[in-house]
Design a protein around this ligand. Structure first.
Ligand SMILES: Cc1cc2nc3c(=O)[nH]c(=O)nc-3n(C[C@H](O)[C@H](O)[C@H](O)COP(=O)(O)O)c2cc1C
Ligand code: SF4
Ligand code: FES
Length: 570
């Protein structure tokens, strides 16, 4: 096993990895892969496209997202530890002739750090990577997600073997409780406690479901894990099932993620063929069935009770809790629902131990969290940081600072960051040094949510931002509760009044009152969090609202029906 492991990670054998996550594929990664294959064959090089431990041939493989999507397609050469960015088919000759055959770096393809104007040859030199802690994403972007052998070679399924052969369900729950792991799907509920509730239910039949719906606009953390390391999700599900006494698990994957659906299905088939899933897992005589379900295509179906209805073939609308799914879930049976990232953390926690996991993050929010970093920021992409990292570190060190609308890096232009997707809140520069964790964000009027992080520059109109997010949640309301259905509609009308110059100061008070009422009078998390964008912008950017209302002026000049200031703040 160990020699396989080394050839996957660094080893002495040459390896070219082409990022084949959705971002890189859409910018031409598969064409680059094809061109590399052709060129290497023309040069009569022996190539393995699948892991072949004993072979000394060059290994050409595809990986999941490496995070630095805006620099894609990315090509990595190991063990030289070279990263090439924005590679096109016309660069392939140079990569083969210079790097593969002569061991030289093609400098024009390396990352040029805008802060220092220096070329960075490897990941270890690029601030976007050096400031991160990649725990759940550790293998994402390195291993071939379509190869079970590669997953096993990096220790994969070791956690499940431990859970099935060495631990009792009580011990697994105890370990996960001790780790302090909190759900990464938005609510931050302690995972081990949820499992313990399901374990204690006397039912014969129980289920575990992985929530891979990820409907937030701009979020792609869960997609990247399912595309880049699908076996980790299956392994997490198996451990959860063992912990509660279930033999049937599901992955509910957003239907608009065809690559994730494909890779999850492939992973299930390979695991079944290897006896990891099926009727005699790890030779224990125990059964485990895993089914991949494409989602119903509505944001609200990510809410757990709506998801259960959708899986049962009913219309996906939330129902009141209790009973909680852990007590009475799918088909009336105790059901654990966990997010993709939550489950992908589990195998490592079991292998490394709860105490080692708790060393990362903060006491109340242990571990790491992935975020989709987007907006007016130099480096956009998928990042992973320990809880407790400040927004300043993320925006300025990992993100490389703020840009203009045109993408040019610029100083002193930071205005806000929207954390937690459409249900999250917009935070101002004064909160840049706030540590990012479940509780601090909630107290600031935002939330970790699924992990969307949108950076905004001074050219952004905060009233329009509130309207943008409000429009999304209003459209996605299932319509069951009056306050969510009608109240969000009314909030939009009031926001339009502000943007189009009809509002008075009283409009702002009515908006605030209505927003608070929607939170109170809504059944599920969608309605309870929908007004966050309005409330947080009113709290931190009230002067900008007042400018629209009193001076009939949009300080950024974006609202076309209002006057522009003499000099736009940009
Ligand atoms: C409108 C709405 C959409 C949601 N979408 C998702 C989603 O896409 N993925 C997810 O894991 N949780 C989502 N949730 C949260 C789930 O209801 C549930 O809390 C979560 O899947 C539990 O997993 P965790 O404990 O691992 O966080 C959503 C909640 C609401 C209210
Ligand atoms: S709060 Fe909104 S989305 Fe949730 S059940 Fe009520 S109407 Fe539906
Ligand atoms: S898809 Fe290639 S880096 Fe994200």
């Amino acid at each position: 096993m160990s020699h396989v492991k080394s050839s996957v990670q660094t080893g002495s054998k040459r390896r070219i990895i082409i990022c084949a996550g959705t971002g890189c594929v859409s910018s031409g990664a598969l064409k680059v892969h094809g061109a590399l294959l052709k060129k290497l064959s023309e040069r009569n090089m022996d190539i393995d496209v699948k892991l072949a431990p004993e072979s000394q041939n060059l290994h050409l493989s595809k990986s999941g997202c490496q995070g630095f999507c805006q620099m894609g397609p990315l090509v990595t050469v190991l063990p030289d530890n070279i990263l090439y960015c924005k590679v096109t088919t016309s660069d392939v000759d140079d990569i083969v002739e210079q790097t593969i055959l002569k061991g030289e770096v093609v400098q024009r393809l390396t990352y040029l750090d805008p802060a220092t104007n220096k070329h960075c040859t490897s990941y270890d030199e690029i601030p976007f990577y050096t400031r991160q802690t990649r725990f759940v994403l550790k293998e994402c972007g390195w291993i071939d997600p379509e190869s079970l052998n590669e997953y096993i070679a990096t220790g994969g399924y070791g956690g499940a073997i431990k859970a099935f052969l060495e631990m009792t369900p009580e011990e697994i729950c105890r370990e996960v409780i001790a780790s302090g792991l909190r759900g990464r799907g938005g609510g931050g509920f302690p995972t081990g406690r949820k499992w313990e509730i399901a374990r204690m239910q006397p039912a014969e039949k129980k289920y575990v479901i992985c929530n891979g719906d990820e409907g937030d606009p701009g979020a792609f953390m869960n997609r990247s894990v399912m595309e880049g390391n699908p076996h980790a999700v299956i392994e997490g599900l198996m451990i959860a099932a063992r912990a509660i006494g279930s033999d049937e698990v599901y992955v509910y994957v957003r239907a608009e993620y065809p690559l994730a659906v494909k890779r999850m299905n492939m992973a299930v088939e390979d695991a079944e063929a290897a006896g990891i899933l099926g009727n005699n897992i790890f030779g224990t005589g125990k059964r485990m069935k895993c089914t991949i379900l494409p989602s119903a295509g509505a944001f609200v179906c990510g809410e757990e009770t709506a998801m259960l209805a959708s899986i049962e073939g009913l219309r996906g609308t939330p129902v009141p809790k209790p009973p909680f799914p852990a007590q009475c879930g799918l088909r009336g049976k105790p059901t654990i629902i966990n997010n993709v990232e939550t489950l992908a953390q589990i195998p490592r926690i079991l292998l490394a131990g709860a105490q080692s996991f708790k060393k990362m993050g903060t006491p109340a929010s242990p571990g790491t969290k992935t975020f989709a970093l987007t907006g007016h920021v130099v480096n956009t992409g998928l990042i992973e940081v320990p809880f407790g990292t400040t927004l300043r570190e993320i925006v300025f060190s990992i993100g490389g600072g703020v840009t203009t609308d045109e993408g040019t890096p610029t100083d002193g232009m930071f205005k806000a960051v929207q954390v937690g997707g459409p249900s999250g809140g917009c935070l101002p520069p004064e909160l840049l040094d706030m540590p990012l964790d479940f509780d601090s964000l909630l107290s600031a009027g935002a939330m970790v949510g699924s992990g969307g992080l949108v950076v905004m520059n001074q050219q952004t109109c905060m009233v329009s931002v509130a309207r943008f997010f409000m429009e999304f949640t209003q459209r996605e309301s299932c319509g069951k509760c009056v306050l969510c259905r009608e109240g969000t509609r009314q909030l939009l009308v009031l926001l339009d009044d502000v943007i189009e110059g009809r509002a008075t100061l009283q409009t702002l008070d009515i908006m605030e009152l209505l927003a608070k009422s929607i939170k109170l009078g809504s059944l599920c998390g969608l309605g309870k969090t929908a007004p966050n964008a309005v409330l947080s912008t009113l709290k931190y950017f009230r002067a900008e609202f007042e400018s629209h209302v009193v001076d009939k002026q949009c300080p950024t000049g974006q609202c076309s029906l209002l006057t522009k200031p003499d000099r736009v703040t940009a």
